[in-house]
Design a protein around this ligand. Structure first.
Ligand SMILES: [Zn+2]
Length: 288
């Protein structure tokens, strides 16, 4: 159920049908190696939400793609709003969503760098009395990673990864045995873009740059001093973190997107049918 596609009078029924749950996908615009589009984080979560909402209707708000990418100034394609402006936009958008009758708002994030900005924003919403509740959840690359697929394989059996061929299973095992990594633009995200926009993946460019860490800032991370995304960029100067996703393909894409959709579905179902959150908010409001 897309906010953008409804006519005015359909909103009344939509509030009932979604139990007042509106979900805003949150991503960013930033380089994802030379093989994935800059809107990777926005695309993958918006698509998974749409798939999940076909099964469990929730209001799908247009994606917020101007997330926090402060560290990324070296390469083209990133759009960096100030954190203050991002938070102000979220504040006003949530307030408008609530004014329209959706009192449970989920910021469904898929960009690691947004976690601090969103966390702070949500805490800021508690300063005033509100008749709505904002919460967030970060889901993404993990669901396309060979490690997660390995876990699913072990717990749920071969049929749980039915899209994959035996050759693909070998790719997972090889990745696992060699303890390969899959961060930003790595195997997980490559699979997820194969799952939603396969025509945009350029596997011929996957090794155009190295995704391996320079380890230059490791000593800071080891002491818990890694908060600045500048240090991340020192370790990963190519805005690419992880081993080259050799063997990734459209079958991995379908599988990854199905697993991510399943995770989104679980989250939206829990929030949609939850009866405590609004009650707790009302209780809190009584102390105002
Ligand atoms: Zn990403």
């Amino acid at each position: 159920m897309l906010w953008t596609d409804l006519r005015e009078e359909e909103f009344y029924e939509a509030i009932e049908e979604t139990k007042g749950l509106c979900v805003m996908p949150v991503g960013c615009l930033e380089m994802h190696g030379q093989h994935l589009p800059v809107a990777t984080d926005t695309m993958k979560i918006t698509y998974a939400l749409h798939e999940a909402a076909k099964i469990e209707p929730v209001m799908e708000f247009p994606p917020f793609m101007f997330g926090d990418v402060q560290g990324h100034i070296r390469w083209k394609g990133a759009i960096r709003l100030t954190v203050e402006l991002q938070q102000e936009l979220l504040k006003q958008l949530c307030s408008e969503i609530a004014r329209n009758g959706f009192k449970k708002i989920l910021l469904l994030n898929s960009h690691g760098g947004n976690k601090f900005m969103i966390g702070n924003f949500i805490r800021s919403t508690l300063h005033d009395k509100k008749d709505y509740v904002v919460t967030s959840c970060s889901l993404g690359a993990k669901y396309g990673s060979p490690y997660y697929m390995m876990e699913v394989l072990e717990k749920e059996g071969r049929e749980a990864l039915y899209e994959l061929t035996d050759e693909d299973i070998e790719v997972i095992k090889e990745f696992d045995e060699n303890k390969r990594t899959y961060g930003h633009a790595g195997f997980g995200e490559t699979a997820l873009i194969f799952g939603c926009r396969p025509e945009l993946v350029r596997m011929d460019k996957a090794d155009a740059l190295s995704g391996l860490s320079t380890h230059r800032a490791d000593y800071l991370y080891e002491l818990g001093l890694g908060e600045s995304t500048q240090f991340w960029s020192v370790n990963y100067p190519n805005n690419y973190a992880g081993d080259t996703p050799y063997g990734c393909n459209e079958r991995f894409g379908k599988c990854a997107m199905r697993l991510l959709t399943r995770a989104v579905l679980k989250v939206i179902r829990t929030l949609k049918y939850d009866e405590n959150i609004m009650k707790w908010n009302e209780e809190r409001n009584r102390f105002w």
